[in-house]
Design a protein around this ligand. Structure first.
Ligand code: ADP
Ligand code: F6P
Length: 330
């Protein structure tokens, strides 16, 4: 275990930060890191506002009590930020220097792929980094699960169900835009869960609006009263699409953009438990002396993957779920 000891204090010091878009369950992960770390005999330091706070040296000691009463809270008590300075070599060198100055031996980064790229730059300068997947978008290639996805999805589903009630009452067509600028996982899952006629995601949509219009007219003739279209954020122009569909079909059409409410709120049980397990696993991986790993959930098991390998992986939508969604939307 010699590797685990900080040369100055004799005790391993772990830093933790949250970075990129916040996600419900990040707090549960922070809590698990702090409490498992302390149980293992380590010091834990919180870093506020992701890499931005690291560069500002906004670093503080954490205790078991500093993570009381947060497991049920959305957002992140460590705050989060996007930090352009960290994309440049000078910023990365400064960040590594500050971590060493504060005797931080290992940094746990809760965030997405972008945050891992920042972490990799620190790994190249001798900081041991551990990533935990935290994003509502489910768009991290090395893992089948990301903290926050379940909560965001359930929020989206409940909101869509509500729009569906009013849409059905007025016999309207509804376009509902869910989050996911670059990834359609939320749209796909929410679309299946709410029985949407169309699910438009950047990974699959061919921008053939005429096909959608023809399909609405066809289904209307067959007696279909409700037409639900789920747009992933990356498709854009939901309001414009609503106007065009209304003009072409004669069917009243409204667009609803659910927006940031999907990123907030109390995490679901699944997110709390996955986040707790992943946070605890980050500490276990450090105790085992491993370096530069991403904690993941793959094929029904927790595992850890080399950060460079993780970043080289690619992820697409689940083909099976996509095919199912197409078969069920008649
Ligand atoms: P996410 O972690 O959710 O993918 P971002 O892509 O916004 O979120 O990345 C979060 C932060 O990680 C960025 O603001 C930046 O500070 C850092 N980051 C992103 N990409 C890189 C990169 N290629 N090199 C170094 N740092 C990066
Ligand atoms: O957290 C993920 C996400 O919601 C993406 O779907 C979206 O692209 C992005 O964050 C938007 O975040 P912001 O508006 O904070 O940049």
């Amino acid at each position: 275990m010699a590797y685990l000891k900080n040369k100055k204090s004799g005790t391993m010091t772990i830093g933790v930060l949250t970075s990129g878009g916040d996600a419900p369950g990040m707090n549960a992960a922070v809590r698990a890191i702090v409490r498992s770390g302390i149980s293992a005999g380590y010091q834990v330091k919180g870093i506020r506002r992701g890499y931005s706070g690291l560069l500002d040296e906004d670093i503080f000691d954490m205790s078991a009590r500093s993570v009381s009463d947060i497991i049920q809270k959305g957002g992140t008590i460590l705050y989060t930020a996007r930090c352009p300075e960290m994309m440049r070599p000078e910023g990365q060198e400064k960040a590594a220097y500050i971590l060493k100055k504060h005797s931080i031996d290992a940094l746990v980064v809760i965030g997405g792929d972008g945050s891992y790229r920042g972490a990799l730059s620190l790994a190249h300068q001798g900081i041991n980094v551990i990533g935990i997947p935290g994003t509502i978008d489910l768009d991290i290639a090395c893992t089948d699960y990301t903290i926050g996805f379940d909560t965001a999805l359930n929020t989206a589903m409940e909101a869509i169900d509500k729009v569906r009630d009013t849409s059905a009452s007025h016999e309207r067509c509804s376009i509902i835009e869910v989050m996911g600028r670059k990834a359609g996982h939320i749209a796909l899952w929410a679309g299946i869960a709410t029985g949407a006629e169309e699910i438009l995601v950047t990974e699959r949509y061919d921008y053939d609006e005429q096909r959608i219009i023809d399909s609405i007219i066809e289904k209307k003739k067959l007696g279909k009263k409700l037409h639900l279209i789920i747009n992933a954020e990356g498709i854009g122009d939901s309001n414009g699409m609503a106007k065009r569909i209304e003009a072409a079909t004669g069917l009243e059409t409204r667009a609803t953009i659910i927006g940031y409410m999907q990123r907030g709120g109390s995490p679901t049980c699944r997110d709390r438990v996955m986040a707790s397990a992943m946070g605890a696993m980050a500490i276990r991986v450090l105790t085992e002396g491993k370096k530069n790993r991403i904690i993941a959930w793959k094929d029904g098991q927790y595992c850890d993957i080399d950060i460079e390998e993780a970043l080289a992986m690619k992820k697409d939508l689940d083909d099976n779920l996509w095919d199912i969604s197409r078969k069920l939307c008649r």
